[in-house]
Write a protein that binds this ligand. Structure first.
Ligand code: SF4
Ligand code: SF4
Length: 84
């Protein structure tokens, strides 16, 4: 049985955007972002921006240090970070 908060959350994006650099991949999920700017202001590399389609965009993945700050700061679970 799902909890009320889980039921209210949008279904997982079927077309996540994946940004790869070396052995690391940063994934963003469309439709979960509410534009709070927390990740944009927290990213030490300054590479996050809100795109025209209202989804968060990684503007230059080559400058990402894969610190995971965006993952932990986003209140809406937009980001996933994986190392292969
Ligand atoms: S992992 Fe770190 S450097 Fe990369 S986008 Fe997120 S906050 Fe910025
Ligand atoms: S922290 Fe999350 S909800 Fe806020 S702007 Fe960034 S991606 Fe969107």
């Amino acid at each position: 049985m799902s909890t009320p908060s889980a039921a209210a959350r949008p279904v997982k994006d079927l077309e996540p955007r994946r940004y790869r650099h070396g052995d690391a991949v940063l994934t963003t999920y469309r439709g979960w972002c509410k534009g709070c700017d927390l990740c944009i202001r927290s990213c030490p590399s300054g590479i996050l921006a809100l795109a025209d389609d209202d989804r968060i965009e990684v503007t230059d993945i080559s400058r990402c240090i894969f610190c995971g700050i965006c993952v932990v700061r986003c209140p809406d679970f937009v980001f996933e970070l994986d190392r292969n």
